[in-house]
Design a protein around this ligand. Structure first.
Ligand SMILES: CC(C)(COP(=O)(O)OP(=O)(O)OC[C@H]1O[C@@H](n2cnc3c(N)ncnc32)[C@H](O)[C@@H]1OP(=O)(O)O)[C@@H](O)C(=O)NCCC(=O)NCCS
Length: 168
């Protein structure tokens, strides 16, 4: 299936593939790099590296991929990805949910949950049996969505994170 265009709970908002909205890649790069600057710097990744990764995730039927939440007028509201690895955490686990980000003014409206659910559904369609993620302040958000805590680790020695998993 090459289209997602999932109409979600709140009016005039759509969850879609980043592949269908290439114009938002620069803004999304900036938002994600600002949110997780310490981890990107610890990993030796520049903004340009992140932008290249998002361009690589601009696909519809294979991993890694990125979904975006878009307002009807084409404004970016948030995003989330499925990635093949999560540097700085634990080797050998894959794939990973990551980069789940909702713009501050749009939080608490259910968009984050909708993006995570859409990513889980897409992973299931692609034959993924279990997903992993690393979280710091959002453990409760994922517990509500049926994720289980695996263990606590120190990501790159700069952030305490919790590793979580969900069977699909
Ligand atoms: C975490 C984040 C994605 C949540 O997005 P959101 O759109 O505000 O979340 P939702 O409105 O879908 O919330 C769904 C549920 O989780 C709860 N929730 C939201 N953020 C939470 C948090 N940080 N901790 C615990 N619970 C949380 C909500 O209260 C809601 O509960 P309910 O279903 O009982 O009403 C958003 O706050 C964000 O982008 N934060 C900055 C980046 C970040 O931390 N990303 C996660 C990386 S692991």
């Amino acid at each position: 299936m090459n289209t997602l265009n999932k109409q979600i709970d709140h009016p005039r908002t759509t969850i879609d593939y980043l592949a269908h909205h290439p114009a938002v890649i620069p803004e999304l790069t900036q938002l994600l790099y600002t949110e997780w600057a310490d981890l990107y710097l610890a990993a030796g990744l520049t903004q340009q590296d992140l932008r290249a990764a998002l361009e690589q995730r601009s696909v519809t039927n294979q991993l890694p991929l990125t979904l975006v939440a878009m307002a009807e007028d084409g404004t970016l509201l948030g995003a989330g990805s499925i990635k093949l690895d999560e540097p700085g955490t634990k080797a050998g686990l894959s794939p990973w949910l990551g980069g789940i980000y909702i713009k501050e003014s749009q939080r608490g409206l259910g968009l984050g949950a909708q993006i995570v659910t859409a990513l889980e559904q897409k992973a299931r369609e692609l034959g993924v049996a279990a997903l992993y993620l690393s979280a710091d302040t959002a453990e409760g958000f994922y517990l509500r969505l049926g994720w289980q805590t695996l263990e606590r680790v120190e990501s790159f020695g700069v952030r305490d994170v919790v590793l979580m998993t969900k069977q699909l």
